[in-house]
Design a protein. Structure first.
Length: 200
């Protein structure tokens, strides 16, 4: 029995075939891996397995806990736990699935001693820091803030340790604000947040 196609069906099938032919098959080496490929990473789950190879069936060599900081040697493609991600992070002890690792930096800043009239926005420049009830490392820890989080700072003062501390204001935390060491927060310059097309 011969199959017959209408002109419309033929054109639809032809366009699909041409579309498929236009896109070459990707190989693992063609994948662009996430940046940075080296540096530091923070474990984001309660217990991350360190495996002997970048494969979900690799031998378990150990574990890393939440907020442990690891040295990232490179990113490689293997077989992941989830179908949308097959990238693994190589650390000195083995391999950790990249979905469990946040790339971070540890860049201490020179704190401001006086603030602009309306304060400033700052971005955390270390893996994480503890937010205290007051500008004193011996006061209660109220919150933990993580790398790249952005906060409004309206107050600075010299803490009990003789260093500059910033008071954070954010709608998601206590309206009274928390205090963190000033050296952990990078000032975001106005040009970084200036609208690209202010007339649109």
């Amino acid at each position: 029995m011969s199959l017959k196609f209408t002109r419309r069906e033929f054109l639809k099938l032809s366009s699909i075939a041409l579309g498929v032919a236009a896109f070459p098959t990707l190989k693992p080496n063609d994948l662009r891996l996430p940046q940075p490929l080296t540096g530091l990473g923070r474990i984001t789950i309660k217990q991350a397995r360190v495996l002997s190879r970048p494969h979900r069936l690799g031998e378990t060599l150990g574990y890393k806990g939440r907020d442990d900081i690891v040295t990232v040697q490179r990113a490689v493609v293997g077989e992941g736990f989830y179908p949308h991600n097959h990238v693994w992070i190589e650390i000195p002890e083995g391999y950790i699935y990249s979905s469990w690792v946040q790339p971070v930096k540890n860049e201490l800043q020179k704190p401001l001693t006086t603030l602009p009239t309306d304060g400033f926005y700052g971005e955390l420049s270390v893996a994480y820091t503890e937010a205290h009830a007051d500008a004193d490392p011996n006061t209660a820890i109220e919150y933990r803030v993580y790398f790249s989080a952005v906060f409004k700072v309206k107050e600075v003062k010299t803490g009990a340790d003789g260093k500059a501390w910033y008071k954070l204001f954010d709608e998601n935390i206590d309206p009274a604000g928390y205090w963190i060491p000033g050296e952990t927060l990078r000032l975001i310059p106005p040009e970084d947040v200036t609208p690209l097309s202010p007339n649109v």
